[in-house]
Design a protein around this ligand. Structure first.
Ligand code: ADP
Ligand code: MG
Length: 700
């Protein structure tokens, strides 16, 4: 069933309606009446004959027709019997406002399950329990105890917290934000955030889907559905609390670098969801998305009546990676002709401190008509001559017929600009407390446009030896061994098309030297023990060994020293390995999130990775474009490209490595975490080498 009955019911019954003002059962009824609900309202309560002037029914049966929506406010222990009544009558949509369920512990959880079982059997959809209800201002439906209906507008809001919803409503009123619908989902025992966001996604009045979420239950479904909704309209979410995944002890670098928040960042990115850190930012973005066209490009012009704030805006544009628009000669000439001689007629256009509304209007019109401008930020400070309110009106006039460029305002001040900012907001020009706020919003809009125009996702599949990997993993799981050691990790990587250095295990210094002779110098030697995870930490790695003598010495030293440091380690010998010379060390890794699946990681490798934390994460399976995008997100990207005469490395070879890793961890859910560190990459055209690897497996 669609959720239509929740948003536009023609009749509503309130079970637990009360005569007593101040009680929830009373507030809901008066809320419905006060909101001007055009349909029928049926208060239900066997102990009353009238509530708020409406006749009261002893039970649902006695109404004589089936209400589209039933709101339940009776104490928790009576909710199951009311739900049974709903089932008997044939009700299809129920909001349970009552609290005292899952949120209070085991007993409440049981009660909640009972209620939902009854509902499921009768195909009743349930919002709540423990929620504030639903508000749909355009339909004059106030099925909540959240106070008065908010203004009508384009924001559809879903909140997991009822209390926060009341604060949001109040803040929205102060900031001229209007809503299509506002829903508190409470314990989301049946209808959850995805159901609601899907409904808002399809709702014509909703231009922006916004929400506050504490938990996201189904990761895969979330990514899929959000991606679809974001394609149509922006989704602005506040997400509090992490996944808890980061808390578990990690044996890989990737595992320990994947924080509590990483999974959310990664899935939001993938699904095009815009993450907001506060209701304030959510409103900042929402007012622009609702009222303004998306910017066609990233060239921004600034109009101001003061130099300082103009520079602040220009700095912010630069910092955020947007382009400071350069105005055409024609624009400059037109501005010069009509503005005072002291005015600055290039970007940022300074109309001077004594500018009256007409000067702003003229400058804005001219700048908007410049083909090299995609968005304009209008800055104003309330100086002696400034008429703030009239300037706001003038801006609205200039903006009136512009449908293809984004216009944002930043009037600076407090009391003097209050009236003007109200005029701007109600007129559809978003207002920001700082130029920086306006620029940040533009950047978010720009990123959204880029995301929407992203190429179709095609995940490349490489020919691999899957069977081989299956055997190694099965064997480990059968024996209950979690860590796959370096040699077998490398076999796995080779099966997936990675190149690894040649090498063999030596159990004597003599043997080490002869292996080195076969491999050719220089070689690397590494202690060989299932009990040593980070070999260099215990002096278990020696590089650049150039002669048989050096190899033998290194062997003896390791075998002598390491058991002193790690007396319990079972040492099987020393690995003598081909040395990769030149090239840059990067790390490729994966950490599996229990809810959201494999998170791929890329960063500068070697031993510094956990110190510098210059890493990027992405959800697997990954496309070639996304893999490249991951690289560009790290600061190290410049090094990969080559700086100061230093030759760069083969970037597409790294991207391919990430895609192969993605294919491996997607195919084997048993792999919990892994690192390829270092993955040594050379210049364009050379094949990278997976020098060291660590893989942990668990029965999936
Ligand atoms: P661990 O991570 O357990 O300390 P590694 O095998 O990653 O051990 O070796 C540590 C460092 O030694 C690597 O990051 C790399 O800089 C260097 N190294 C190890 N093996 C090689 C090799 N075959 N060629 C070049 N450098 C190597
Ligand atoms: Mg290593």
């Amino acid at each position: 069933m669609s959720l239509e009955l929740f948003f536009s019911p023609e009749s509503v019954a309130v079970v637990g309606a009360s005569r007593q003002a101040g009680k929830v059962g009373h507030e809901i009824v008066t809320g419905l009446i006060g909101g001007g609900f055009p349909g029928k309202i049926f208060p239900v309560n066997p102990k009353a004959d009238e509530v708020a002037g409406l006749p009261c029914h002893p039970n649902l049966q006695s109404i004589g027709s089936v209400p589209d929506l039933v709101i339940i406010v009776v104490p928790p222990k009576f909710v199951p019997s009311v739900m049974k009544e709903c089932a008997a009558v044939g009700v299809k949509a129920v909001i349970v406002i009552t609290a005292g369920f899952k949120e209070i512990g085991a007993e409440g959880r049981q009660l909640e399950e009972n209620v939902i079982q009854i509902a499921r059997r009768a195909k009743i959809r349930v919002v709540g329990p423990n929620c504030l209800g639903i508000m749909a201002p355009a339909r004059k439906l106030n099925a909540s105890f959240g106070g008065e209906l908010p203004a009508i507008g384009g924001v559809g809001y879903v909140s997991q917290s009822g209390a926060l919803m009341t604060a949001i409503l109040d803040m929205a009123k102060a900031n001229d934000i209007g809503f299509s619908t506002m829903i508190s989902i409470g314990n989301k025992a049946d209808v959850d955030e995805l159901d609601i966001m899907n409904a808002l996604g399809q709702d014509e009045q909703t231009r922006v889907v916004a929400g506050y979420l504490e938990s996201i239950t189904d990761g895969d479904r979330f990514v899929q559905q959000m991606e679809r909704i974001s394609q149509d309209k922006p989704v602005l979410l506040i997400k509090s609390g992490g996944t808890g995944a980061g808390a578990k002890a990690a044996s890989s670098h990737t595992g320990s670098l994947a924080g509590n928040e990483t999974a959310y960042e990664v899935i939001f990115d993938r699904a095009g969801v815009i993450r907001c850190d506060s209701v304030r930012t959510q409103f900042d973005y929402a007012q622009a998305f609702v009222n303004q066209p998306l910017p066609p490009g990233q060239r921004v012009a600034v109009i101001t009546n003061a130099g300082g704030p103009g520079i602040m805006a220009a700095d912010a544009i630069e910092r955020k990676g947007l382009t400071f628009a350069s105005l055409t000669d024609e624009t400059v000439a037109r501005l010069a002709e009509n503005l005072p001689a002291a005015a600055n007629v290039s970007n940022p256009v300074d109309v001077l401190g004594d500018a009256l509304p007409d000067r702003y209007e003229f400058a804005l019109e001219v700048v908007l008509s410049d083909p090299g401008v995609d968005a304009v930020i209008v800055v104003l400070t309330p100086q002696a001559m400034t008429d703030c309110a009239a300037t706001a009106e003038a801006i609205l006039r200039a903006a009136e017929n512009v449908q293809d460029k984004t216009i944002l305002a930043s009037f600076l001040g407090g009391l003097k600009i209050a009236e003007a900012t109200g005029i701007l907001r109600r007129g559809g020009v978003p207002q920001y407390d700082s130029p920086e706020g306006a620029v940040t919003t533009l950047k978010v809009m720009n990123d959204y446009v880029t995301w929407r125009n992203r190429p179709k996702r095609v995940v490349k599949l490489f020919p691999v030896n899957r069977r081989k990997v299956e055997q190694i993993i099965e064997r480990h799981i059968r024996r209950g061994v979690r860590e796959i050691a370096e040699m077998e990790s490398k076999e796995i990587l080779e099966a997936y098309g990675f190149i690894t250095p040649k090498g063999m295990i030596a159990t004597s210094a003599q043997q080490a030297a002869s292996i080195a002779d076969q491999l050719g110098y220089p070689v690397v030697m590494k202690i060989w023990s299932p009990d040593i995870i980070h070999k260099s930490d215990v002096g278990g790695v020696k590089v650049s060994l150039n002669s048989p003598q050096q190899v033998m010495d290194a062997f003896d030293l390791m075998i002598y020293r390491i058991p002193k440091k790690m007396p319990d380690a079972d040492i099987h010998g020393v690995l003598v390995q081909e040395m990769c010379t030149g090239g840059m060390e990067v790390i490729l890794g994966m950490n599996r999130d229990p809810h959201f699946g494999p998170l791929l990681m890329f960063g500068m490798g070697g031993v510094t990775v956990e110190v510098l934390k210059d890493v990027a994460f992405y959800l697997a399976p990954i496309t070639a474009d996304e893999a490249r995008d991951m690289l560009t997100r790290t600061k190290a990207y410049q090094l990969l490209e080559g700086v100061r005469g230093q030759e760069g490395v083969d970037i597409s070879a790294i991207a391919e490595g990430i895609q192969r890793l993605s294919q491996l961890v997607t195919a084997f859910p048993e792999i919990q975490e892994m690192d390829i560190n270092p993955f040594v990459v050379g210049p364009e055209g050379t094949a990278p080498v997976a020098v060291d690897a660590r893989i942990s497996v668990e029965k999936s």
